[in-house]
Design a protein around this ligand. Structure first.
Ligand code: SAH
Length: 245
């Protein structure tokens, strides 16, 4: 597999142009020359084998040699809402959720939440989504949704999805949950370091969510989110949830 590069604009026809950090990486880090072959993806689900035809200071022009649709997506929507951890742990979280196949990531505001998603942080996380998609060879980008309040998130989630909220000490254990045979998708919610309040958990349960315990150890926010994402991705494959995005 040749190196992968992300093209912002949907590729149509037999040419493509790389710009910004992707062009910089190919020209100055990889020191590619005219004639080099790379793989391009644009987030549409397709990937393209392409050859470099011209290198300029801020742009690289490529000819598309072949196109294929390669599906590395989970078989149903997999949504994870998280009351964000701080700093570098946000990036780690986003990277792992991309690798595990999450389709939509929703930053949540909760009563005990601490971190806010600044514009600068959002731009860095969006870049992290692209980097992770390059690395794990996903041809679609995980969406970072606008931040939502806890109430909006739990009330707006489709009722025919499998909706799980992680809360330590719950009688229901994740490992004992049966795989759904039919569901629109899987939606998981994770609270902040300080935990969700009883009212937040109750509100979710009243809206039809299932509160689950993830095991005897208290996990960091990002570990709990990764565990649920991995569980959801495995369950989606084994249950063959029919609805596609
Ligand atoms: N002190 C907090 C723990 C917060 S851990 C409390 O007692 O609630 C951060 C978040 O990760 C939690 O809100 C929960 O959503 C999730 N989480 C971590 N470990 C968990 C576990 N063992 N079971 C269920 N949820 C867990």
């Amino acid at each position: 597999m040749s190196h992968r590069y992300f093209v912002e604009e949907t590729i149509v026809g037999d040419q493509a142009v790389l710009a910004g950090p992707e062009a910089h990486h190919l020209a100055h880090v990889m020191r590619a020359k005219v004639g080099a072959e790379v793989t391009l993806f644009d987030g549409s689900g397709r990937e393209h084998l392409a050859r470099v035809v011209k290198i300029e200071r801020a742009a690289i022009y490529l000819a598309i040699l072949s196109t294929s649709t390669v599906d590395r997506e989970v078989s149903c929507p997999l949504v994870v809402g998280v009351s964000l951890p701080k700093g570098d742990r946000q990036r780690w979280l986003v990277e792992k959720l991309v690798e595990l196949g999450v389709t939509r990531f929703v930053p949540l505001t909760t009563s005990r939440g601490v971190a806010q998603l600044t514009d600068g942080a959002l731009a860095r996380l969006e870049r992290a989504v692209i980097e992770a998609a390059k690395q794990c060879e996903r041809n679609r980008l995980m969406e970072i949704a606008p931040p939502q309040t806890w109430n909006d998130f739990i009330l707006q989630a489709p009722a025919d999805a499998l909706r799980l909220v992680a809360h330590p000490g719950m009688a229901k254990k994740l490992r004992e949950l049966p795989a759904p045979t039919r569901a629109w998708g899987i939606i998981a919610a994770v609270g902040p370091e300080g935990g969700l309040t009883d009212e937040e958990v109750r509100a979710a349960q009243e809206a039809g969510w299932t509160a689950v315990d993830l095991g005897p150890r208290i996990l960091r926010v990002e570990t709990a989110a990764a565990l649920l994402a991995g569980w959801g991705a495995m369950i989606a494959e084994s249950a063959d949830l029919s609805a596609k995005r």
